[in-house]
Design a protein around this ligand. Structure first.
Ligand code: FES
Length: 106
């Protein structure tokens, strides 16, 4: 199991676990921390997170759809270099210990 640390907007820290091969969005949604309204289609923006130092590089490039969605959110929430839609990150062994903050909703 991969370990995940995520902080809410209120600063509460949650420690989660997930199997490799699932989207990072799934454990966050299952824990009730995000809505993930579109179910992982990169079209709602409710799974926006800010990855902690070092994790942006480990998670690779944004997908094309993700980039468009984040651009669309820019007028409503702060989009940072470490902004990701966590539905677009498929977990593998290299993500063990991943750490992030949930972004404000648009
Ligand atoms: S779950 Fe909708 S954009 Fe990620």
């Amino acid at each position: 199991m991969l370990k995940i640390t995520v902080r809410t907007l209120e600063g509460e820290e949650h420690k989660l676990e997930a199997d490799k091969g699932v989207a990072l969005m799934e454990p966050l949604r299952d824990a009730g921390l995000i809505d993930a309204t579109c179910g992982g289609m990169a079209s709602c923006g409710t799974c926006h997170v800010y990855l902690s130092d070092g994790w942006t590089e480990k998670c690779g490039e944004r997908t094309e759809d993700e980039g468009y969605m984040l651009e669309g959110l820019e007028d409503f929430v702060e989009i940072k270099p470490n902004s990701r839609l966590c539905c677009q990150i498929q977990l593998n062994e290299s993500h063990d210990g991943i750490d992030m903050d949930i972004a404000p909703e648009a």
